[in-house]
Design a protein. Structure first.
Length: 454
């Protein structure tokens, strides 16, 4: 079997950036890539599994969350989850899962900090506002280790994103360090990974353009120099060796990179200091929704280029008290989550829950419209969406609000309700996702077994 026309590791060189290529038929061994069936087989083997963990804070308004009634095996996209209607057939709702280590266990108040710290670790964090942090290692980092040991490691071990700052010091919740509330990815039990909140910087990291000074970046943005500058001629030379279908894939991919970069520049321009002059691009996101959705699109691009296969995205820090004027909520998120039965606060809380579900839907849409040889990127991605507080008013940590999205290749049973016995550790689900990603772990956190994805 002859070597492929294009090596899978081929990259284009842009302005201080490395631009990985999407999957092309020319990357398959030439004896295999004859005919559509063989090309499809090659594409299937070229698509690695990916996983993303999306976290939302402060729990939910249970009356608005689409919890299924006893005896039902399917769920309906109503209330706060109505924005997910188009993906219901690709989302499984999990019930009965618990994070026991997010409870006080004798440590008193601090449920918000414990919830974020415990979400991907299953560990009970040490109560401290100092630098003597102790938590567990998070499941995303166990998966990242497995990818690094695989035959096809990625350039980035993992990617951590969020809409609010990655604080590492200070007292944010009843004697718990802000590091617990602001981070869900932990490289070691005393070392949170932090996260990137600027979509443009996240984009630059995906393409290997780091270390740029603020002055150089501002100068480049003023003249709109693209990561693709300097790579176009290479792309033309490569295109001459490709078939028509691959040329179309390459053109579509590069157009997508250029379009996303343009919107990221527009977003950056919308937040520069007063007096900075930049062209006004239509659609520049000046809202929290726009910023989170851009982070999601950067993440989808990172998955498509195989820059990384594991990522986290915090829609907000745990305990966040940010208002949401986009959905007519002028009070703080944390304040309305403690509604005490007040109807107006409960309704505002439900609107925020719905807002976060819309961000989840936008990310799934970004994955779904990204194609690998005509197949949706969502088909090879497992996305966990949830938090470690259930009722925001009660601060309980049992029967957590958890959804898992994916496609046929991931084994996710879409449209279903997967019921676990009450009190089943959420870490059982983490173990199952890790196994799907090739991480062979006997135990994780407080796991007691595994939870089926489908």
């Amino acid at each position: 079997m002859r070597a492929p026309i294009v090596d899978r590791r081929t990259v284009l060189r842009g302005i201080g950036a490395t631009i990985a290529l999407p999957w092309l038929e020319a990357m398959a061994p030439r004896g295999l890539a004859i005919g559509r069936a063989a090309a499809a087989m090659s594409a299937a083997t070229a698509r690695p599994a990916r996983t993303a963990f999306l976290f939302f804070p402060n729990g939910v308004n249970p009356s608005a969350w689409a919890t299924p009634m006893d005896g039902l095996t399917t769920w309906h996209a109503t209330g706060a989850l109505e924005p997910l209607a188009e993906f219901r057939g690709r989302i499984a709702m999990h019930t009965g899962l618990t994070h026991a280590n997010a409870a006080a266990l004798g440590d008193g108040p601090g449920d918000h900090a414990r919830s974020a710290a415990c979400f991907l670790t299953g560990a009970h964090p040490r109560k401290t506002a100092g630098d003597d942090l102790r938590n567990g290692r998070s499941i995303d980092q166990e998966i990242a280790d497995a990818v690094a040991r695989s035959a096809r490691p990625t350039r980035l071990r993992s990617l951590e994103l969020g809409s609010e700052p990655p604080m590492t010091a200070g007292n944010c919740d009843s004697g718990y360090s802000c590091a617990y509330s602001a981070n869900i990815s932990w490289k070691a039990d005393n070392l949170p990974n932090g996260k990137e909140t600027d979509p443009r910087k996240a984009f630059d990291r995906v393409f290997g353009r780091t270390g740029e000074s603020p002055e150089a970046r501002a100068a480049r943005e003023r003249v709109r120099r693209s990561v693709l500058d300097g790579a176009v001629s290479q792309a033309r030379e490569l295109g001459a060796r490709l078939g028509a279908a691959d040329r179309g894939r390459l053109d579509e991919y590069l157009d997508g990179v250029r379009d996303l970069e343009r919107r990221l520049d527009a977003d950056a321009g919308a937040h520069l200091d007063p007096g900075t002059t930049l062209p006004d691009f239509e659609g520049a996101p000046k809202t929290v929704a726009g910023r989170i959705d851009l982070l999601g699109e950067v993440l989808a691009l990172a998955f498509r280029t195989d820059a990384t296969r594991v990522a986290t995205l915090m829609l907000a820090n745990e305990g966040s008290n940010r208002p949401y004027p986009e959905v007519d909520v002028s009070s703080g998120h944390h304040d309305v989550s403690h509604h005490g039965g007040d109807a107006a606060k409960m309704e505002a809380f439900a609107r925020i829950n719905r807002f976060h579900a819309e961000r989840f839907a936008a990310f799934l849409r970004a994955l779904d419209r990204t194609r690998e040889d005509g197949v949706s990127l969502l088909d090879s991605t497992v996305v966990l969406y949830g938090g470690a507080i259930t009722d925001g008013n009660r601060h309980n940590h049992d029967d957590l609000p958890v959804l898992v999205a994916g496609g046929a290749a991931t084994g996710v049973s879409g449209g279903s309700v997967l019921r676990s016995p009450h009190g089943t550790p959420l870490c059982n689900l983490h173990l199952s996702i890790a196994e799907r990603m090739g991480a062979r772990l006997d135990r994780f956190g407080d796991s007691s077994g595994r939870v089926a994805l489908g």
